[in-house]
Structure formats: C-alpha cells, structure tokens
Design a protein around this ligand. Structure first.
Ligand code: UTP
Length: 295
C-alpha cells in the first residue's frame, strides 16, 4: 500500500459514565480533567499529532460542553486579552483551531459498536481510526499512528493490544493468535470480557484502525454482552472475512474511565510538570509514610 495520512478518526464519548456518578450527572466523563485538561483533549491531540484532519465525536447527553470546549470562545478570549493574559489566549485559540471537529448524536447508549456505527455517514468509504474517549495513550509516537502504519503495511484492520495480568482478563476484550513479529499478531480469536478460560492475556485497548467494511458487520451485530451492541462482535466477523491484526503499541496507557486509572493518570501527568511536582512529592512521601506507619 502507498503511504498517506490517516484522515478520519471517530471518538465515542456518549456512554453514561456510571462509574463516575455523580460527577458525570451533567458532565460527560470524557470532559473530566486530567490535571487541567479534559481527557478528550489529550485524545484529540493524539489524533492531530498523527496528522488527522477530521475528528468525529459521538456525543450523548450534555454534548454542549464538548462542542463548546473545542469551539471559539470570543468573550473569554476578549476578557483575557484585556487582562494581558496573552499566553492563555494563545492556548485557547490552539484548542479551537486544532482539527475539523464534527459531532454525531448517539440517541441511546446502546454500546460501543452502535456508537461507531453512528459515524458511518461521516466516515464514508475509507479506513478510519476509533479512539475511545476515556482511554489515554501517553507516547512519543502517537498510539493511533502506530496502528495506521501497521494498517498500511498489511492492508488489514488493526487493534491495539496490551498484556494484562490473568486476574484482569475478565475486564477486557481479549485477543489471541499468532505473532507475525515482535509487535504484530494475526488474530484468530477475540472475545468480549471472558468470565472463564480467556484465550490469552492480550487485552484490546481503546485504539482501532478499521476498514469501512466494519460498518456492514456492525449493522448485522445483535446485542451481546451487557445487552449492548459490541464492537468486539463485529471485529470477530471482520477477522473471519478479511482478517484482523493486533498491535502491541509502545507507550503508557491510562484508563481514565476507571477511578483508580483516572487518579493514576492525574498523578502521572502532574508529576511530569516541574511546577506541580515540587509541591506534590513532599505530600506523596508524607502520605506513604503515614500509611506505612499504620501497618
Ligand atoms: P465505557 O463502557 O467505558 O463507557 O465505554 P461507559 O458505558 O460510559 O462507562 P461506565 O461503565 O458507565 O462508567 C468506552 C467508551 O465508549 C463510549 C464511552 O463514552 C467511552 O468513551 N460509549 C460507550 C459510547 O459512546 N456509547 C455507548 O453506547 C457506550
């Protein structure tokens, strides 16, 4: 295949976010901040650094905060300019000019597969990325770009894989197959949240590079685990018909949709900033010493 840029990604952000209630009663979980930046902005930035131009966000309830965040905020910019806060104004302008953002409403949260299907008319007949709105990959080489390269090399759908402890396999989609090289797997089995006998400990993480034919499979997918239309079930069909690859990406993944994962992400991103690290480290040491004292 010839080398070109990935043009479109779909970011599903229409889930109910029940694990973060009451914070998510009126705010989508994708807008909860990691330090001072919404999770969703980190994900859009990953797409932009991979060269993506069109970002399609699947919105649910309270979509306004997402659209407003990526829109121009004339009043705020004007007030900040008057106060001489030029750096803040520049930062805000950068957000609103980042990418060509489109949004689609998923009227009912019928599952991740259904959310992706909602973007069919905007994606059209070309390969596209899917980036989960609560899954962060902190990497020098953008996660979705790693998958796009593998897609271009092999001409098949590619999904991100990460090894997890056996005790956690029931929390993820799990893929198994034959390793083609150190990072690429030819997937021969994929199951959603296996309660028993997981086929491996390779978990499917929230980045996918898919051919447009996935939409045909999604249209035929019935409700599966949890009564939802599962993307994993459509991926299993894609695997049977055209083949499907897994890619062990490089980088650190943070599950910002889980409370512990969210808190860890906040700490990891805060500790990267010297002005925050200097205030945080003495406190963290104090907390650890106190907890150790209790043992
Ligand atoms: P999750 O399963 O983590 O989201 O979906 P959730 O259902 O909101 O989570 P909890 O368990 O209730 O807290 C992964 C991603 O897919 C999106 C979510 O917004 C999240 O970014 N999603 C999920 C949709 O867009 N639509 C859906 O119907 C389901």
């Amino acid at each position: 295949m010839t080398s070109s840029s990935l043009r479109k990604v779909v970011i599903p952000a229409a889930g109910l976010g029940t694990r973060f209630l009451p914070a998510t009663k009126a705010v989508p979980k994708e807008m909860l901040p990691i330090v001072d930046t919404p999770t969703l902005q980190y994900i859009v930035e990953e797409a932009v650094s991979a060269g993506v131009k069109d970002v399609i966000i699947i919105n649910g309830r309270y979509k306004a905060s997402i659209e407003d965040h990526f829109d121009v905020s004339y009043e705020l910019e004007h007030t900040l300019s008057e106060r001489g806060k030029t750096k803040d104004v520049e930062a805000l302008k950068k957000i609103s000019s980042m990418a060509n953002l489109m949004s689609v409403r998923q009227k009912h949260p019928l599952g991740l597969g259904h959310a992706v299907l909602c973007a069919k008319h905007l994606v059209g007949n070309e390969p596209f990325g899917v980036m989960l709105g609560d899954d962060m990959i902190d990497a020098e080489d953008p996660g979705i770009l790693q998958l796009w390269r593998a897609y271009q090399k092999h001409g098949k759908g590619v999904i991100a894989l990460m090894e997890v402890p056996p005790s956690e396999t029931h929390l993820y989609g799990i893929a198994a197959g034959e390793m083609l090289d150190e990072r690429t797997m030819k997937i021969t089995k994929i199951v959603e949240k296996p309660k028993t006998n997981p086929p491996s400990n390779f978990a499917v993480i929230g980045r996918y590079l898919l051919p447009p034919s996935i939409f045909g499979h999604l249209e035929k997918t019935e409700r599966g685990v949890g009564g939802e239309i599962q993307l994993t079930d459509a991926l299993a069909k894609l695997m049977e018909t055209e083949g499907l690859l897994g890619y062990r990406f490089t980088g650190t993944r943070h599950d910002a949709g889980d409370k512990v994962g969210y808190l860890k992400a906040n700490l990891a991103f805060a500790l990267k900033r010297p002005e925050l690290k200097s205030g945080l480290m003495p406190y963290l040491r104090e907390v650890v010493a106190k907890e150790d004292g209790k043992k």
